[in-house]
Design a protein around this ligand. Structure first.
Ligand code: 3PG
Length: 328
């Protein structure tokens, strides 16, 4: 059954924030959404938490609002009554989880050990919060958890930042990275919606690692394509790789044997996570040409074009190869 944490996984980041006063709630979530994150976990760490959840649920129905630092059943019920769509607790409390499951609330309990994971999965939970991730063993612990608990996905939190997003999202069992990093407290207090949007946007960029993977050049015919590929290969010290329907000059340039897609050619945008990136560009209003998408032999998505050209160029997303760590 679909679960609200599937949405968090689609975004790749969960903003986990304290709101000092209810007046800051709407400017904050507007900034997050503008930066690409229409979701927030409001921590029960200030007196304004419950009112902030209610305010966001009422005034910004497009935002998926949840409650964090939920440590009692009373908080869970109050948050859901105020309009929360999910609950997050820092640790694993079987009574709290049982209550939430019975009530049909989406709960993300915190775990840090295999014992807690084992107890949590008994409740049929697919998503757990790994907190605090760095002291709990970081990416190495996550790799080890995925052996005995292959179906479990983790939202990783505790001291995360834009600089750790890529490292954690590259671990297959990680659904999302959470934390306070998408909105610095000073910007929350200043109701700096645009500032928050910019910080959020930079964090979101880390989720995808977008970069130019190659340029596609069109040709009149096969002979011209071969000549172009050989010229480029010679200049840049690359190998000519014959393909169908093109010649590659290394991985830099794809020379089409005729008029390929795009009046002026095409631009391939590499990303570390093409499935999540495809959903992201669709949310941004870009229609994708799924009928002509290409897949690897294992069925995973390799490449999908934007349906419409931009400034005469066709664009497609391309899975991997990953951006080198030094470029991140
Ligand atoms: C949490 O409960 O998830 C953390 O306290 C988030 O805060 P941090 O990103 O500042 O560690």
């Amino acid at each position: 059954m679909a679960n609200v944490f599937d949405k968090a996984a689609e975004l790749g980041i969960v903003p986990v924030l304290s709101i000092p006063d209810v007046s800051h709630a709407v400017p904050l979530v507007k900034g997050l959404a503008k930066g690409g994150l229409p979701l927030i976990e409001v921590m029960f760490r200030t007196d304004a938490a419950l009112d902030s959840i209610r305010e966001i649920a009422e005034k910004c129905p497009e935002i998926c609002v949840g409650a964090g630092t939920v440590v009692t059943i009373e908080q869970a019920d109050a948050a859901m009554a105020a309009g929360a769509k999910f609950l997050v607790s820092p640790g694993f409390d079987p009574e709290l989880v049982k209550h939430c499951v019975e009530k049909g609330y989406d709960i993300l309990p915190g775990i840090a050990t295999p014992t807690e994971i084992q107890n949590a999965v008994k409740f049929g939970l697919k998503y757990l919060k790994f907190f605090p991730a760095p002291t709990g063993g970081g990416t190495e612990a996550l790799d080890m958890f995925s052996g005995p608990y292959p179906g479990v996905k983790f939202v990783v939190t505790g001291g995360m930042g834009a600089d750790t997003i890529a490292e954690y999202l590259d671990v297959p069992c990680v659904a999302a990275v959470g934390g306070t990093f998408p909105a610095p407290m000073k910007m929350i207090l200043d109701d700096d919606t645009d500032g928050i949007a910019e910080v959020t946007r930079r964090a979101v960029a880390e989720v995808f690692g977008f970069r130019i993977a190659h340029i596609g050049i069109n040709s009149e015919n096969e002979a011209e394509a071969k000549k172009t590929a050989e010229t480029l290969a010679r200049i840049f010290g690359l190998e000519v790789i014959p393909h169908d329907p093109c010649y590659f000059a290394g991985s830099l340039v794809e020379v089409m044997k005729g008029q390929g897609r795009g009046r002026l050619g095409h631009i391939a945008i590499g990303t570390r996570d093409i499935v999540r990136a495809a959903k992201y560009v669709e949310r941004a209003g870009i229609a994708l040409d799924w009928e002509n998408a290409k897949y690897y032999p294992d069925g995973s998505l390799m490449c999908v074009f934007f349906r419409d050209d931009i400034a005469g160029f066709a664009f497609h997303l391309l899975a991997g190869p990953q951006k080198p760590k030094s470029d991140r």
